[in-house]
Design a protein around this ligand. Sequence first.
Ligand code: ADP
Length: 480
Amino acid sequence: MHKLLHGPEKNLHIGIKIWMLYILFVCIIFLLMWLFQVIFLQWFYEAFKIHDTAKLAKQVVAACNSENFEEIAMNLALQNEVCIEMIDTDGREVYYNCVYDGECLLHSENNGLFFYMTDLKNSKTDTIARHLMNDELQSEMLVYGSTIYWESGEVAGYLFLNTKLVPVESTISILKRQTVIITSILVAFSVILSIFMANHISAPLVRITRSAKRLAHGDYQTKFEGGGYAEVDELAETLTYVTHELSKAEEMQRDLIANISHDLRTPLTMLKAYAEMIRDLSGDNPVKREQHLNIIIEETDRLSLLVNDMLDLSKLESGTQKLNYSVFDIAVCMQEIVHRYEGISEQMGYHIHFTPDASCLVNCDEGKINRVIGNLINNAINYTSKDDKQVFVTQKNLPDRVRIEVRDTGNGIEDDKIKLIFDKYYRSENHKREVVGTGLGLSIVKAILKMHEYDYGVNSKLGEGSTFWFEIRDVVQKDG
Ligand code: ADP
């Protein structure tokens, strides 16, 4: 927590990270531009030129059989500014065209045609490409040679093409400067963009972090504002939800402590009061003393029941308890439970009506289901109308489950309370108990039924009473 509040120190600020990424990106672009446009430009230019010249050579050779070969060859020579020299295997000239007025490497007085021919003959491939200096034209030149074949595959002659190589140094120097300028602009732009991006990304995060720190200090009113982009909105929403849940949990905890201390205090006060009474007043009066001692015993029972219920509930909710499955007859089981209440019924004038269905075997935790039914009947007795004191317990065998209902004729439960009554800490303000209850009855019911994954609920009408129900789904076999 402490570390969280002060933030991790090792990581860089998001703005710096973005800026570094941008700079890296710019460096890569710069490197690529420098490589392609400065270092390899000459190489690229020559490679493209050789490629184009080779293509031209193929066009010239292809035109050899054409009637208007000379016209085609001349057009190609003029359009592409290349000199053409075609010779047979003995070195005799078959066709020529010079675009540099006889001053090219193929047609000047001291031309190297003989050497090129020897070179081509010795070449492993049937082409050559030479980069040479032409002193007469004061220019770099490309001499390209290609062997011509008859259809039979024999050598028919040789074709040489000569073209100027434009000096690229000046171009390179221009490109160099351009690259530097472009890179500088990109660096400046990346700084601006990274500052903007960082603000855009980090500002809402900083805002949320501030709110989260306030939350950590216990301020549940703090607001989480999103903004900017979807992820932040989602984060803000999640944190708002967390805040809500946290405040609910804290409120519940407060209620729990209040309820428990209230529940513990009442019997303890009684115990103390009656113990004092025995000491000071009734110690010598056997009848009174007996009465007071009985109250002390009753209160102690209630107290231990409450503590047991709390322990049971916490065990059920912690998930450490396993269900003890066994197969038993639910009709018999319910009959036994109702039977247990006969004493109370007689003593206090309650009527518990049990409507059983046919005998039905179910497979679940008998002890816990017993507890559920018992708790529901306890509540029904506690809350049923004091005029008729009726409680109805029903078993209904349905096609694939058994529905158990416990109905009373009490005041019923308001709609907005229905959602709350199964909560651990909820209880109506003026609950009075006819039979012992601890205020945790329905929470235990809920925990047990949830463990079994059974449906449960309550239908209630104000002034008419409530029907609590649940459905056992693990039916093994039904009779009748
Ligand atoms: P309690 O010991 O307070 O009855 P429970 O967990 O059993 O504790 O019930 C929680 C609350 O649900 C009760 O305080 C009461 O308001 C309501 N409640 C439970 N059963 C009934 C019922 N049969 N009729 C009306 N209200 C009920």
